[in-house]
Ligand binder design. Structure first.
Ligand code: PMP
Length: 448
């Protein structure tokens, strides 16, 4: 490894970071992470911290995870690459699709289309949705509906259904025919509705309105995260996604569940759709499928789609990636699925998530700067900071950064997203790790 000075000097000189301005990388140099073990990371100065970010919502099993590393190494030795385009396949990915069909059977999803990550998974689902309607003789169904504050990656399709201007404006014009409805975000919403169940009804009614306005026969799909992640951990009321499913069914619109964050246990259930008792037509997954150790994703596909595409020689899928079904990613994913099952990770996410949520709510009693605490479903929790609780005016930009900084000095890495602190630690963390995260946050808020 190059020495610390070399790395610090060259970070901003030769690399542009995602979601950051080159100038910001220069003025506020990033922490350079050089090691990871269990739920902890180590930076170039030797400072250790519990990674309450879990990489980027993806390192569910922690950084050690020997079986996954060994599976990757063994696959690299045996067959480091082969494509799954027409005419070839590979054994690792066939075994993975069989395993995924077993795991996702209760969600009604039994086919997989493999990708290289979350944005690719979203792009795949949007394209297959359009093709589905063409195959069924409704070529006019091309539009997409989604939620404001939703995040669906950064390809042009995903950015077009994204509901956050930060990821859109600089890249417009985006895909035509994408429309957004209000998110079931109880703390702030255009209806001024603070009851989650009534808000869910209002948002569902807004979806009905938009469908009527656009014309159902012009709409291909509705895409949503079962719990909005990057938008600031927004769990809808339990009635929301089932209402969406019913509305989509009534209008012949496909429902795409974007579970790039929520699949594989993060919510304390196997998938977000299962948490809400909904069977989507497609589910986008990535991230934790390989514990972040290999760029990989899978779109899981349900019965309606299967019926339209299979047994039809004209249903050629004109879409795919060089790395669709990469055998090393597949081997990593197989090992991750086995570990997730063996370690009862999903149950631990539910228990530790409840502890974290209650702990963050207790911090809210103590610190005025906390306006809202969201979570309650596994290990995705957000603390929204405000300048004034009564007006809900956003906290000044440096405030969350200061809390983050002090928490880091106290041995915990958390993520700042706007006025939110976001916690999405590995799902294998212990009760005492959660206590340590809460103590570091407390120290951060106390330092303001
Ligand atoms: N969809 C959702 C819900 C996500 O959270 C993300 C990434 N955070 C993506 C899509 C895009 O995934 P990727 O960054 O792997 O392309």
């Amino acid at each position: 490894m190059k020495d610390s000075n070399f790395l610090k000097e060259n970070n901003a000189r030769h690399m542009w970071h995602p979601m950051t301005s080159p100038e910001d990388s220069r003025v506020n140099p990033p922490k350079i992470i050089t090691g990871g073990e269990g739920v902890r990371i180590r930076d170039i100065d030797g400072h250790e911290a519990i990674d309450a970010v879990g990489g980027l919502w993806n390192v569910n099993l922690g950084y050690s995870c020997e079986p996954v590393k060994q599976a990757i190494a063994a696959q690299l030795d045996r067959l480091p690459y082969y494509s799954t385009f027409r005419g070839t396949s590979n054994d690792a990915v066939i075994e993975l699709s069989w395993e995924l069909a077993r795991f996702f059977a209760p969600d009604g999803l039994s086919r997989a289309f493999f990708t290289s990550g979350g944005s690719d998974s979203v792009e795949t689902a949007l394209r297959l949705a359009r093709q589905y309607h063409k195959l069924r003789g409704e070529p006019g169904r091309v539009k997409f509906l989604s939620l404001k504050k939703g995040y669906h990656g950064t390809h042009f399709g995903g950015a077009s259904v994204n509901g956050n201007a930060n990821f859109r404006t600089a890249y417009e014009p985006l895909l035509p025919g994408c429309y957004h409805i209000p998110a079931p975000y109880t703390y702030r919403n255009p209806f001024n509705e603070s009851d989650p169940e009534r808000l869910a009804q209002l948002c569902a009614a807004a979806l009905e309105d938009e469908i009527a306005f656009q014309g159902a026969d012009t709409i291909a799909a509705f895409i949503m995260e079962p719990i909005l992640g990057a938008g600031g951990v927004i769990p809808p009321h339990a009635s929301f996604m089932p209402m969406v499913r019913e509305i989509c069914d009534r209008h012949g619109i496909l429902l795409i569940s974007d579970e790039v964050i929520t699949a594989y246990g993060r919510t304390g259930a196997w998938s977000g759709a299962r948490l809400w008792g909904v069977k989507p037509d497609m589910m986008c997954t990535a991230k934790a499928i390989t514990n972040g150790f290999f760029p990989f994703g899978a779109v899981m596909i349900g019965d309606r789609m299967i019926e339209a595409f299979e047994g039809n020689a004209n249903a050629s899928i004109g879409h795919g990636y060089t790395y669709s079904g990469h055998p090393v990613g597949a081997a990593a994913a197989l090992a991750c699925l086995a570990e997730t099952e063996r370690l009862n990770v999903v149950e631990n996410a539910a228990a530790r998530g409840a502890q974290m949520f209650e702990g963050c709510k207790a911090l809210m009693e103590k610190h005025e700067v906390i306006g809202d605490v969201r979570g309650g479903y596994g290990l995705m929790v957000a603390i929204e900071m405000v300048g004034d609780r009564a007006t809900k005016a956003a906290a000044d930009k440096p405030v969350p950064l200061k809390v983050q900084d002090v928490a880091y000095q106290n041995g915990v890495m958390v993520r700042v997203s706007g006025a939110n602190l976001i916690m999405s630690p590995p799902l294998v963390l212990s009760a005492s790790d959660v206590d340590a995260i809460l103590a570091a946050l407390d120290a951060g808020f106390s330092a303001l």
